[in-house]
Design a protein around this ligand. Structure first.
Ligand code: HEC
Length: 113
């Protein structure tokens, strides 16, 4: 019983430290795969008809980090879009640090130089 609790404690301690120690884009990748990929797809082009591609040169990633951060945390509904970006991608446990890691990942993976 005692050993099992030590193991649980070790996992609880190690997981967040591991995530913080990696580079932000790497942390963002696993968050993207858990929370965002269902709508934005593995290539960022979007899996739902009518969704803006994150890869488009004049698309969402042409905005500043702060704008993207707010869209991820607060959600977004453009006037001309039939679809809504849910706050935190629908994952209430997503933190602001997670959202920053996601912005770094989006730029590294889908952004243009
Ligand atoms: C339920 C589907 C869905 C999920 C899950 C989702 N998104 Fe979105 N996302 C959208 C839609 C739809 C839009 C376009 C909204 C609009 O412009 O009205 C969007 C837009 C965006 C934009 C552009 C915002 C802007 O300011 O133009 C970013 C960045 C983004 N999503 C990132 C993410 C990230 C990161 C996650 C995971 C944490 C995520 N999305 C999860 C549907 C989703």
């Amino acid at each position: 019983m005692c050993k099992r609790w030590k193991l649980v404690a070790a996992i609880v301690v190690l997981v967040p430290v591991g995530a913080a120690a990696g580079e932000p884009a790497a942390a963002g990748r696993s968050l993207y795969q858990q929370t965002c990929i269902a709508c934005h797809g593995p290539d960022g082009r979007g899996v739902l008809p009518g969704m803006a591609s994150l890869r488009a040169a004049d698309g969402p990633l042409s905005q500043t980090d702060e704008v993207l951060l707010r869209s991820i945390l607060d959600g977004k509904q453009s006037a001309n879009s039939p679809l809504t970006m849910p706050p935190r991608g629908g994952n209430p446990s997503l933190t602001e640090a997670d959202a920053r890691a996601l912005v770094a990942f989006l730029r590294a993976e889908f952004g243009r130089p």
